[in-house]
Design a protein around this ligand. Structure first.
Ligand SMILES: [Zn+2]
Length: 214
């Protein structure tokens, strides 16, 4: 079991005693762990704040992302501290329970979907993508973050380091969806996915069965 990073220990708790990450929205005065506060999205990017604890980030930006995001390198979630991200992938129930689906009932009415096409299924494996750079793309349906080349990618499944096979299976199961999206954009996008995005993601998989190293 992971210990709570000092930066996250002082965050508010919900009525079950669970830590409420900084990005979580509080509709009606109660935290809804499924919903990100879109004001925090802009605040985090503008001020360089950690998505999970709200503290100021250093040079390293750690993105918590699914295997599909490792292929197309875009995410809707701003970066976090490395230790905050590593804690989240080991302790957050949404990230550690492969068959848990996010309930969508009772979402606040003003809830805004993140920009871009989200793949609404639990990916089975989650990565902590550590980089020094990212760019924000302003699309018609809202901003998306393109992550820079990683210095390190650490993969987790069920709260422990993922095996190479688990990450590979997660990537391959999502590939048809990515391919459909690329086909809608044209032949260039398909070629880019199959010749660049997909092989580049495979190169970032855990090298060994224990999930250590990338
Ligand atoms: Zn943090």
């Amino acid at each position: 079991m992971t210990t709570v990073p000092k930066r996250m220990a002082d965050l508010p708790r919900d009525r079950h005693g669970r830590i409420v990450p900084w990005f979580v929205a509080w509709p009606g005065g109660q935290p809804d762990h499924r919903v990100a506060d879109h004001h925090k999205f802009h605040q985090a990017l503008r001020a360089g704040l950690c998505w999970l604890c709200g503290g100021v980030l250093g040079r390293h930006k750690a993105f918590v992302l699914g295997p599909m995001c490792a292929v197309n390198r875009v995410t809707a979630e701003p970066p976090s501290h490395r230790d905050c991200a590593l804690h989240a992938v080991q302790a957050c129930p949404f990230l550690t329970t492969p068959h848990m689906t996010r309930r969508t009932t009772g979402l606040p009415e003003d809830h805004i979907d993140p920009a871009g096409v989200m793949i609404r299924r639990n990916p089975g494996a989650v990565g902590v993508w550590i980089t020094h750079s990212y760019t924000v793309q302003h699309r018609a349906d809202g901003p998306l973050i393109e992550v820079g080349d990683p210095s390190e990618v650490l993969w987790y499944a069920e709260g422990r380091p993922a095996t190479r096979e688990e990450v590979l299976a997660a990537i391959d199961s999502g590939l048809p969806t990515l391919r459909e999206q690329a086909e809608a954009q044209g032949a260039f996008a398909v070629r880019q996915l199959l010749e660049e995005g997909y092989p580049a993601a495979l190169a970032l998989l855990p090298a060994t069965a224990t999930g250590e190293g990338a």
